[in-house]
Design a protein around this ligand. Structure first.
Ligand SMILES: [Zn+2]
Length: 250
C-alpha cells in the first residue's frame, strides 16, 4: 500500500494559486477557472493501480490518495512487457535478471523509440546467452517472439553502443557444433569429430566456423549432409557456407 500526494496549492489547469476547498464535496477547486483538482485522481488510478482511499487535507492543501499495490513509475510501467515476455524463453535465472537490468537501462535511455521492446529483449537475450556460451540461435528467438533477425541484430548494435556492453565474447564454437550436429539428427560422433576439426578451421564467424567443421567432419565420417540443411540449421546463409567450403575437403 502506498500513499500518493497531490499538491492542491496550485491549480493544475491554469496555474492559479487561488485554490478553494469545498467542504460538502471534500474537493479542491480553482477559484479562477473552476477546475476541480480531484479530477486528477482518475489519471493516477490509470497509471498506478487501484485507489483504496482518498483523504483531503484542506489546511495543508493536500490530497492524499492511498493506492493498493505497487506504485509504479513510468519506467516500471514500460518494463511490464519485458517481465511478462521473458518468461516465454526459459533462461537461467541469473541471465534473466541481467537481461531485465539491461532492458531497464534501455527503457531509461528511450531506446524503445528506435526498436520495439521485443526486439530489444531478443537482442539482450542473444547477447547474454552468447557470452555465457549458451547456443541460442536467432531463429529460436524469432520463433518465440516473431522478431526478424535483421532487426534484432540492428538493435543489438545500438544496445552495445548505448549500454556499453562488453565486447561480445563468443559462445564457444564447441557448443554450436554440438547444437548443429544434434539439430541435423546425428549422434555425438559427428560433434566430437567436428570439434577436433574446428581447431584447424580459420574462420572468425563462430557459426560459420562450426558449420564448416561439421561439414568436413561429416565428409570424413562418410555422412551425407546437405549444404542447404546445414546452413538452415546453423542459421547462416547457404551462399556464405558454400563460399567458405570452397577448397575445403568434402
Ligand atoms: Zn484554475
Amino acid at each position: 500500500m502506498e500513499v500518493f500526494y497531490i499538491d492542491a496549492s496550485k491549480c493544475t489547469e491554469c496555474g492559479s494559486a487561488k485554490v478553494g476547498f469545498n467542504e460538502k464535496r471534500s474537493e479542491f477547486f480553482c477559484r479562477d477557472c473552476g477546475f476541480v483538482l480531484m479530477d486528477s485522481i482518475p489519471v493516477i488510478e490509470a497509471t498506478h493501480g487501484k485507489i483504496e482511499r482518498v483523504m483531503v487535507n484542506p489546511k495543508e492543501k493536500k490530497i492524499a490518495v492511498v493506492i493498493r499495490g505497487i506504485l509504479k513509475d513510468k519506467t516500471e510501467k514500460k518494463m511490464s512487457v519485458f517481465y511478462a515476455e521473458i518468461k516465454k524463453f526459459s533462461l537461467p535465472k541469473y541471465i534473466e535478471a541481467e537481461v531485465l537490468v539491461l532492458a531497464k537501462k534501455a527503457v531509461e535511455l528511450k531506446l524503445t523509440m528506435s526498436y520495439s521492446k521485443l526486439e530489444i529483449l531478443c537482442a539482450l537475450i542473444y547477447h547474454l546467452c552468447r557470452r555465457e556460451s549458451i547456443p541460442v540461435m536467432l531463429r529460436d528467438l524469432e520463433k518465440t517472439y516473431g522478431c526478424s533477425k535483421k532487426r534484432v541484430l540492428k538493435s543489438l548494435k545500438l544496445l552495445r553502443e548505448k549500454l556499453a556492453l562488453n565486447e561480445i565474447i563468443e559462445a564457444g564454437v564447441e557448443s554450436y557444433i554440438i547444437r548443429i550436429s544434434s539439430d541435423l539428427g546425428y549422434n555425438g560422433e559427428l560433434a566430437t569429430k567436428a570439434i577436433s576439426v574446428a581447431v584447424g578451421v580459420n574462420i572468425a564467424h563462430v557459426l560459420l566456423k562450426a558449420a564448416v567443421a561439421v561439414w568436413i567432419a561429416g565428409g570424413e565420417l562418410g555422412l551425407k549432409i546437405k549444404k542447404k540443411e546445414l546452413a538452415r540449421v546453423a542459421g547462416i546463409s547457404e551462399a556464405a557456407l558454400r563460399k567458405n567450403l570452397a577448397g575445403k575437403a568434402k
